[in-house]
Design a protein around this ligand. Sequence first.
Ligand code: GAP
Length: 494
Amino acid sequence: MAKLTKLDDIVSLCKRRGFIFQSSEIYGGLASCYDYGPLGVELKNNVKRAWWKNVVQMRDDVVGLDASIFMHPLIWKASGHADKFADLVSECKKCNTRTRVDHLQDSETGTKKAEEHAEHVSMATEESKQYNLANKVCPNCGAVGQFTAPMPFKLMFETQMGANAEDSMTMYLRPETAQGIFANFRNVLDTTRVKVPFGIAQVGKSFRNEVTTKAFIFRTREFEQAELEFFCEPGTDEQWYEHWKEQRCNWYLNLGLKKENLRFRDHDPDELAHYAKACVDVEYRFPFGSGDWQELEGIANRTDYDLRQHQRGMRTLNRWYESGRDLTKIKLADEAEDYQSGPLSYFDEEKKARYIPYVIEPSAGMDRSTLAFLVDAYDEEEVRGETRNLLRFHPALAPIKAAIFPLVKKEGMPEIARSIYDDLKRRFNCFYDEKGAVGRRYRRQDEAGTPFCITVDGQTLQDQTVTIRERDSMEQVRIATAQVRSYLYDKLDL
Ligand code: GAP
């Protein structure tokens, strides 16, 4: 049960120090929605920046994109989401609460089905399964075996766009950022010098009307994804799949996640999403429930599924207009016989061959990664009879890189501390604090995860040196004021 306490501790620290708040709290809160406070927004931005640096900036074969959240509705018909992106739910006849059938517990054994690992399951697979709900317990009222027959519950949020009846249409909030990338494949090919193998990366919000939300920011209805679609020649896909598995695992490890809390889990064939040939989850040992391993990121081999589907989608446009812009009234057009040379194919200059590239997709949740980095960094230790709470963030992720203090508010110390602060804040996020005992100021920065505290003291006035205290070891070094900037650059590895 110690693990449960740990998530509670983190939730309370997040609230107390302004990392994460419940959305709409002054109105009693909105379930499954969260707001990132002053420290939280810095932390999450740093997670996104670290992903972008690793996946885009440091590579010659990946370019970036920022597609709009609203996209043509046919995109969701072609991708399969409009028809297949749903969870199978069952309603309790006693209390009318709906629960995902793969989340129901057995009354005797207390076990769930193995598929609960999957974020969402392919409806085609799910509908063909027989669920025995006779022994299942309602998580809301405790009734046993009172469930209705399972039914699909669509996960995409719908809204209306357009002011006039004749051009208004049903739109969807995107449930993944990936489709914005496929829809821009041709644009990127035509406007840049990329050649297969290459990737297009994007970070942005996604929305799913989840049946069950879970554990703080772990599963919410609005969340942020960082996705890469890496296009490669068919036949080389398995090799690239292995490459990205290794890259993505190393990213988490290099940013400080402990190796013993990270593992891969291959999907079983009946668990694969409708588009995937193979998929592996990067799992993290989150401290909730029974301390289960939970998905942090999925890495999938999407084959040529999406580009082929969008070629069909483009051929469906007339049907869609004729239906009065109603997706529910149309069938997707058949694939053209010469689909291999269609508008979303690629001509390989070297091989003088045309084909539709295969896609390897590492898809990471930025809120989930932020939670994992928070959990992994959290620590408590006894220091001289007092508990010290600290976040041992990797410097690249720390919301504040350095805090600057005058030891006392007199003798010119605040002025010197301010001038150091003014210099450093132009380069990275810093914090100036002159209030209260210096020990308490150190503790506040430990709790925020600030790796370095710089103190201007009496000796500074004599020899222009300051102390720099390191968060994890609490050790202090004394260096010349003029060297503070280069010292921090070196240590922060920015
Ligand atoms: N394009 C593939 C895709 O979207 P996914 O496994 O459904 O795959 C990828 O989602 C990642 O997005 C997950 O591993 C998770 O980190 C994050 N994610 C998915 N649904 C989420 C939710 N409701 N709340 C928070 N993060 C979520």
